[in-house]
Design a protein around this ligand. Structure first.
Ligand code: CU
Length: 131
């Protein structure tokens, strides 16, 4: 093998390792329990808050099933692709404003099982578990 190939292999190894380290550091906590802190309920409705910037936070949310639900996605100087939000179960796809709050209605019928949201590239994602 000649030198440029070896060097490019080393560089790509470093990039992949760095990316894995970055992802695992971000998602390490609470991945099994599910975050309930971002869910608020009042008058038989619930609101789920997710922030989008360099990914979604929290990444795993536990919510109540069968309630009329509003998903509020907050952007704040979000210029990365997490502003390009897709929720397959709702047939929802939108390019969010760089800063603002997007309210997405989820009907009681839709608020069941696991709902995934992701960026249009599929690089970032979050999950809501209705139970
Ligand atoms: Cu992406």
């Amino acid at each position: 093998m000649d030198k440029p190939i070896i060097i490019s292999i080393i560089i790509s190894g470093l990039l992949i390792g760095g990316a894995l380290w970055f992802v695992s550091g971000k998602s390490g906590e609470g991945i099994n329990a599910g975050d309930t802190a971002s869910v608020s309920a009042a008058g038989g409705k619930q609101i789920i808050d997710v922030s989008a910037k360099g990914g979604y936070s929290p990444r795993l949310i536990s919510a109540k099933a069968g309630l009329p639900t509003t998903l509020r996605v907050k952007t704040n100087g979000t210029f990365d692709c997490s502003a390009s939000l897709v929720i397959p179960k709702l047939s929802y796809q939108k390019f969010l404003q760089p800063s603002g709050i997007e309210e997405i209605a989820i009907t009681p019928e839709q608020a069941r099982g696991t709902m995934r949201g992701l960026c249009s590239m599929g690089m970032y994602n979050f999950q809501i578990r209705f139970q």
